[in-house]
Design a protein around this ligand. Structure first.
Ligand SMILES: Nc1ncnc2c1ncn2[C@@H]1O[C@H](COP(=O)(O)OP(=O)(O)O)[C@@H](O)[C@H]1O
Ligand SMILES: O=C(O)C1=C[C@@H](OP(=O)(O)O)[C@@H](O)[C@H](O)C1
Ligand SMILES: [Mg+2]
Length: 166
């Protein structure tokens, strides 16, 4: 099995879909955020304060490089991974890239209660999400091999759709 790499905005289901997809495919599941946190020895928020977003991007790059020769994996990425062109190059080398495209309203609904995740986005969450979506959506679309529209679909339905497509 070729690796499957899930990309998309924060809150679009990359972690939940990835975990369930790997279970169903009997593949190894890895979450890039977990890899970064483990390697750094502190949480994403602390890392952001200490090293900024560039620090996270660079740690994501190192984590991706460490996966290069491995197969039979489902990899859930963090929402900002596509902002570094080198990371996009590595994602292509890793496997089939699947963009989980979620409506902005549902993204907001999924993340607005998660202050630990969203505090770095500032006071006006909706405005920041829209601003980031404008920058990132073309990047997600540009590197995706497969795009799944997740509107009104539960995690299980998205996993089934993906298995049918791959
Ligand atoms: N398709 C979906 N429908 C409803 N809720 C979802 C869906 N995908 C994810 N969620 C919810 O949104 C939140 C963020 O999901 P998560 O998998 O952590 O996203 P990501 O890894 O892309 O940030 C979780 O509370 C999760 O249960
Ligand atoms: O969009 C982003 O810049 C980020 C998304 C997060 O991952 P999720 O997309 O899994 O929430 C995590 O990598 C970090 O907080 C930065
Ligand atoms: Mg995640």
């Amino acid at each position: 099995m070729n690796n499957i790499v899930l990309i998309g905005f924060m809150g679009s289901g990359k972690t939940n879909v990835g975990r369930r997809l790997a279970e169903k495919l009997d593949a190894l599941w890895l979450d890039l955020d977990d890899m970064v946190v483990k390697e750094a020895g502190c949480g994403i928020q602390e890392l952001l304060e200490k090293e900024g977003e560039d620090g996270i991007r660079s740690r994501e790059r190192q984590a991706l490089e460490a996966l290069m020769d491995r197969r039979e994996m489902v990899i859930s990425t963090g929402g900002g991974v596509v902002e570094l062109p080198e990371n996009v190059r590595l994602l292509h080398l890793l496997g089939t890239i699947v963009f989980l495209q979620m409506e902005p309203e549902q993204i907001l609904e999924n993340i607005e209660q998660e202050e630990d995740r969203t505090s770095f986005l500032g006071e006006d969450l909706a405005a920041k999400v829209n601003e980031l979506l404008e920058v990132r959506t073309p990047l997600y679309v540009g590197c995706a091999d497969v795009i799944i529209q997740t509107k009104d679909k539960k995690v299980e339905a998205i996993v089934e759709e993906l298995i049918g497509l791959l």
